[in-house]
Write a protein that binds this ligand. Sequence first.
Ligand SMILES: Cc1ncc(COP(=O)(O)O)c(C=O)c1O
Length: 345
Amino acid sequence: MAISFEFGSDNHSGVHPEIMKAIENANKDYTIAYGNDKYTVNAIKKFKEHFGEDIEVFFVYNGTAANILGLKNVTNSFNSIFCAETAHLNVHECCGPEKFTGCKLVTIPTPNGKLTVNLIKPLLVGFGDEHMAQPKVVSITQPTELGTLYTSNEIKALADFVHKNKMLLHVDGARLSNAAASMKKSLREITKDLGVDLLSFGGTKNGMMFGEAVVFFNKNLSKNFKYIRKQGMQLASKMRFISCQFYEFLSNDLWLINAKHANKMAQLLYKKVKDISDIKITQKVDCNSIFAIISKKYVPILQKKYFFHVFDDDKSEVRWMCSFDTKEKNVLDFANTIKKTLSVK
Ligand SMILES: Cc1ncc(COP(=O)(O)O)c(C=O)c1O
């Protein structure tokens, strides 16, 4: 059996056929470059339908750029940015946030990937002291890198706290669609309406070929972003091929259908593996990923058939993930393989 990549990451999936069709349809003619085209105008309109008229939205190629350039735009190099220790910003962006913003990243250990006011409060020091980094942004990921979800009340509490301290709340929403699907809320209800200031909104992990968006809920924050994006090498000349994808993604509930499916497949996998002896599920399965501890000896055996990441080598904690395209039959086969592998003593 060839190795399967189906449960390694939602990035391992291909492109949704409707998105592919949208790209083909945008490939028929000449149009103006750099976002002054009808595809981009229409995609921005779609964003406004979802998030409200009073937003500014800019497209970039990838999620790392959305995070870093969004944050660069709202900070000075003497600021600090607070995030969970497990944040993509901290672990998987190759200190790009530090390089491009010049800011100090204040990283906070959490049991479940979620920041709270109580975790941040003791570290929020030095306001007005020229010897110390000036706190400016709290960045949370929704859903978190551990697959868990902030409730609406938790985000609201963070937004209120952050604003009381004249700071901003950033959300890394690389998988925001999965969060909204799981919470049965609209994209706006779990961001703008709760007081989020800026959002990195993901498309790639949920059926697009590439493309992410930086969404500003306060227009005053976005004034310089067009320059920051160009300096940051993320102004796509053939922007229409990102825009046409986002238009399709945000039309006819495609974002929601895809996210619901990925979440449903993760729930199915969870249901099938949770009672296997020698598996300990370590995080709540709120969206499309499962974190589990399995004995170290089984990892390479399973990995011969299925690619997946070991999240914590010491604990032998692994991550399995589903996508918009995960097949139910393959979930059942995977669960069976896990069961059989772990039953060999
Ligand atoms: C939570 C989160 N944020 C941001 C990103 C960045 O995405 P990209 O690889 O497109 O830069 C990822 C990618 O895995 C992610 O998981």
